[in-house]
Design a protein around this ligand. Structure first.
Ligand SMILES: NC(=O)c1ccc[n+]([C@@H]2O[C@H](COP(=O)([O-])OP(=O)(O)OC[C@H]3O[C@@H](n4cnc5c(N)ncnc54)[C@H](O)[C@@H]3O)[C@@H](O)[C@H]2O)c1
Ligand SMILES: O=C(O)C(=O)C[C@@H](O)[C@H](O)[C@H](O)COP(=O)(O)O
Ligand SMILES: [Zn+2]
Length: 373
């Protein structure tokens, strides 16, 4: 039998009373996962993954879970943001029922944010709630989506519109899985890491400026630091405001514009991280126009986003009325109230604030930040 190991380089706690859990970070954790005492016990495990990840890491996770569960099943979903739908979600319920899974079945989300969001939502719904564990395999999922319990699917009219707050029991970030991640996906994950700077931690931002080349070269120590610090920030925010009554909305910096880009272009055309990247430039520029930050800050943020290989200009969504189309899509945002769009803005580097802005000002930002058709 293969010798299994489970040695974390870091363990970040997320404090949510009885829903508290750990975020384990380390290399090759997949192989020794059965040894982690915090894994929920159960009658069976269902690994939820997709057709890209299954051949890479499916067997390793199933092998380790077989040491712990009487039965281990796998359901393989089609890959892609365009499949983050009711139809695909039903494939998880089909698998659970076909295998006769009961309330003590534990779901394992093996993949990026799409798999994590859908598995979490399925876990929240199946028999009104079964435990689930996040095993994120993209940088974006390790630094953001696997933590905090936002689960959802998309609607053609808006991103993540149908979902639930439902916390995992454990998050296992195996840094070795990042070795196989396509470069474009690595960059998309860096967008969410960069996000934490302007909203909460300009020291992290300065560290990113110094270590961007190492991150792009997948230096393991640099990645470990980026994942750990991101998870610490997210855990603190979610611990203070689990269901986004207020503070948690800062994690949406760049997302009001970004989600409009994703929905407007058609899910999967722009990656989530790419939409967030261009969206952060737009939100920073809106902050500048409202007198909250200076032009030097917007330039500094734009420079770092470009160095990560991410877009700094947004796409044109409608050749006739581009700004109108952005505004229409943004009014569907979950932060909007009575049709009024509320943006996460930067109120001085490291400090976020949520505010509405006059349409004319927003139109000006869109006109300035969009690529020429
Ligand atoms: N719940 C949250 O708090 C939260 C936070 C941020 C983003 N999200 C959501 O997460 C999604 C984006 O997540 P994502 O960027 O991980 O995208 P993703 O889940 O689509 O994964 C990106 C691509 O990488 C592939 N992949 C994953 N791991 C791999 C690996 N180790 N090696 C090779 N290929 C691998 C996937 O199959 C996919 O093709 C969006 O739907 C977004 O809305 C949710
Ligand atoms: O965890 C959060 O809160 C976030 O906002 C994190 C975001 O990076 C993530 O994309 C989230 O899914 C967006 O939330 P939504 O409520 O706008 O769908
Ligand atoms: Zn995001």
């Amino acid at each position: 039998m293969m010798q299994s190991s489970y040695q974390t380089t870091a363990c970040v706690p997320i404090e949510l009373q009885e829903r508290s859990y750990a975020i384990d970070i380390g290399a090759d954790l997949l192989h020794g996962m059965a040894r982690q005492a915090a894994l929920p016990t159960g009658t069976a495990a269902l690994v939820v993954t997709n057709d890209t990840i299954q051949p890479l890491y499916g067997a390793a996770l199933v092998a380790t879970l077989q040491e712990r569960y009487p039965a281990v099943h796998t359901v393989v979903l089609p890959d892609g943001e365009e499949h983050k739908t009711w139809q695909t979600l039903n494939l998880i319920f089909d698998a659970l029922l076909t295998h006769g899974c009961d309330r003590k079945t534990v779901l394992y989300a093996l993949g990026g944010g799409v798999i994590g969001d859908m598995t979490g939502f399925a876990a929240a719904c199946y028999m009104r709630g079964v435990p689930f564990v996040q095993v994120p395999t993209t940088l974006l999922a390790q630094v953001d989506s696997s933590v905090g319990g936002k689960t959802a699917i998309n609607h053609p009219l808006g991103k993540n519109m149908i979902g639930a707050f439902y916390q995992p029991r454990l998050v296992v970030c195996d840094l070795a899985t990042l070795d196989t991640l396509p470069a474009r996906e690595l960059a998309a994950g860096l967008a969410e890491v960069i996000k934490y700077g302007p909203i909460a931690d300009m020291e992290l931002f300065a560290w990113l400026e110094q270590h961007m080349d190492a991150l792009l070269a997948r230096d393991r120590a640099a990645l470990a630091h980026a994942v750990k610090r991101s998870c610490e920030i997210k855990a603190a925010v979610v611990g203070a405001d689990e269901r986004e009554a207020g503070l948690r909305a800062i994690l949406n910096f760049g997302h009001t514009f970004g989600h409009a880009i994703e929905a407007g272009m058609g899910y999967g055309v722009w990656l989530h991280g790419e939409g967030v990247a261009a969206g952060m430039v737009m939100a920073a520029e809106l902050s500048r126009r409202l007198g909250l930050v200076d032009a030097a800050f917007v330039e500094r943020l734009t420079r770092l986003i470009a160095r990560a290989g991410l877009p700094t200009r947004a796409p044109v969504l409608d050749a006739q009325d581009n700004a109108g189309r952005y505004l229409e899509l943004m009014r569907v945002d979950k932060k909007a109230e009575a049709g009024e769009i509320r943006f996460v803005l930067i109120d001085g580097p490291g400090q976020a604030v949520m505010r509405a802005a006059p349409d004319a000002l927003v139109r000006g930002v869109i006109d300035q930040c969009c690529a020429v058709a």
